[in-house]
Design a protein around this ligand. Structure first.
Ligand code: CA
Ligand code: CA
Length: 509
């Protein structure tokens, strides 16, 4: 009953929303859409949801695709410039069995391409590794088998700067079974895997989509969050967010804690740990009174391992626009530029019209966010499976699929890129009142705030490491920092005033 009312409302809203689905263009930073080649003798190919793209340090990009016609199978294509792509080759590990699903890949800073997939016959979760020449160097290592709750689903893979490989998934299919969240890790580059551990509680309530992104983190404190179904009755489907914490690099995990429970729908979190250990949490949430069109991207960060969250303890900091938005699992921290990225899709499941991908970024560790930018614009067609990867220079690579292209019933995968964010291009209203000088410098850097009150200054290096922090006495408008001891290079200074927080960058010579 509840569902049919929701659907009826959704259709009613759809009618009024239609005129809003006009074309909106794409942010000028993004390159044109490049159609990826189809496998030999194939005419229909899909992507994989969220993680089917890897990039090596020499700029070689690789995209994995799922052939939809003929004998099927997984193929990969590569490019050195994002424009010219190789003829797709068949991926042939030993134990790739019929019914494989949830194929995911990532690359790491050692130029290893990590691959995981689940199979149904026999039920297993597998790992393989390729080098930058795309040779299979580890073939079909079994991470786990005998799923406790149906099958392996909704997997996620990440590495950290200590070169551990972390894999999380749910056993049981979301929407069909009662899934629970699981985890396993490898500390020897994927050769062997820890025993799997169940992160969530086997309490008859579905726990799915466990996520934690550690690509920019060299520490041992890790966190994983997932969507948990609350026992608390609500007029709508009451998802909550649950989190577990590890203080030993993922060997042991705490009991789950619920983050900010409410009767609202709070789902499908994405967690990024930045180089200073700050937790950045993104999720999509919808209020009780508007469960369909009210879905938005919520954000908060924590400096104390998730005990408290800012800028709002109730996560009412919304990054997305006034349209139904679903998070894309592409949140990443780029060490080169110190940029935190997140992605979502403006998604209309009911109407399947005009669903496009959007992005926003922060260059000051989540204190302020860019105006959301459109990554795709496919008119009336809603894009399908999409995935994100960082490029070696801090730029971004994405791919997505388009249904009914070039003809009804066929699919194609498209690829595009964006150069890195140039921090200097960001202007805020108080920018003109703030100055830092001299720049470049070799001894002192002075911050001056004309007509503003300085509150605090924090100095970061290019890796986001905090080097210095000072609270400024009340009424003071000028402050000098000794930088003589710093190695030559680019630094960021975060300036908090009585009006806003601004990041400036300067050079030590
Ligand atoms: Ca559960
Ligand atoms: Ca809730």
């Amino acid at each position: 009953m509840k569902k049919s009312i929701t659907l009826a409302c959704a259709f009613l809203f759809l009618f009024f929303q239609m005129p809003l689905q006009a074309q909106h263009g794409v942010a000028p930073e993004w390159s044109a859409d490049v159609e990826l080649p189809v496998p030999p003798a194939s005419n229909s190919v899909r992507g994989f949801l969220y993680s089917n793209i890897g990039v090596f340090s020499n700029g070689k990009r690789v995209v994995f695709m799922d052939r939809q016609d003929g004998p099927g199978g997984v193929y990969y294509t590569y490019s050195y410039n994002g424009t010219d792509w190789s003829e797709p080759e068949y991926f042939t590990p030993q134990d790739f069995t019929i019914g494989s699903n949830n194929f995911k890949i990532i690359t790491d800073d050692l130029d290893r391409l990590h691959i995981i997939w689940a199979s149904h016959l026999p039920k297993g979760l597998y790992y393989a590794q390729m080098d930058s020449a795309l040779n299979l160097v580890i073939d079909s290592v079994r991470i786990a088998d005998n799923p406790n709750f149906g099958s392996f689903n909704d997997m996620y893979i990440t590495t950290d700067l200590k070169h551990r490989i972390h894999v999380m998934w749910n056993e049981g299919k979301t929407g069909e079974d009662i899934p629970e969240a699981f985890y396993a890790q490898s500390t020897d580059g994927g050769q062997s895997w820890s025993e799997k551990v169940m992160l969530s509680e086997d309490d008859g309530l579905p726990s799915s989509f466990p996520r934690g992104q550690f690509n920019a983190w060299a520490g041992d404190t890790l966190a994983i969050l997932w969507r948990d179904s609350s026992a608390q009755p609500s007029p709508i489907e009451n998802w909550d967010l649950q989190m577990v914490l590890s203080l030993d690099g993922g060997q042991t995990w705490s009991a789950p804690v619920t983050i900010n429970p409410s009767l609202d729908m709070q789902g499908d979190p994405d967690l990024v740990i930045d180089p200073e250990g700050r937790f950045h949490l993104f999720y999509h949430g919808a209020p009780v009174q508007d469960p369909y069109w009210g879905m938005r991207i919520h954000y908060g960060y924590s400096n104390d391992l998730g005990q408290s969250w800012q800028p709002s303890p109730v996560f009412d900091n919304i990054l997305s626009q006034e349209q139904r938005s679903y998070l894309v699992e592409g949140s990443r921290y780029d060490l080169q530029t110190g940029t935190l990225w997140t992605f979502w899709k403006e998604e209309d499941i009911v109407g399947l019209k005009g669903g496009d991908m959007m992005a926003a970024y922060s260059t000051d560790r989540g204190l302020s966010w860019s105006t959301p930018e459109y990554v795709t614009d496919r008119g009336e067609t809603s894009i399908g499976y999409k995935a994100v990867s960082l490029l070696p220079d801090g730029g971004l690579a994405i791919n997505y699929e388009l249904p009914n292209y070039p003809d009804e019933g066929l699919l194609r995968v498209f690829y595009k890129e964006r150069p890195p964010v140039t921090v200097a291009s960001r202007e805020t209203p108080i920018d003109s009142q703030l100055s830092i000088y001299p720049n470049p410098t070799s001894d002192f850097v002075t911050v001056s705030a004309e007509g503003l009150e300085l509150r605090s200054l924090t100095l970061f290096d290019l890796n986001g490491r905090q080097l210095f922090a000072a609270k400024i006495p009340e009424g003071q408008q000028v402050y000098a920092i000794d930088v003589q001891h710093l190695p030559k290079g680019i630094y960021f200074i975060q300036i908090r005033t009585d009006e806003d927080v601004v990041s400036k960058r300067f050079l030590v010579q």
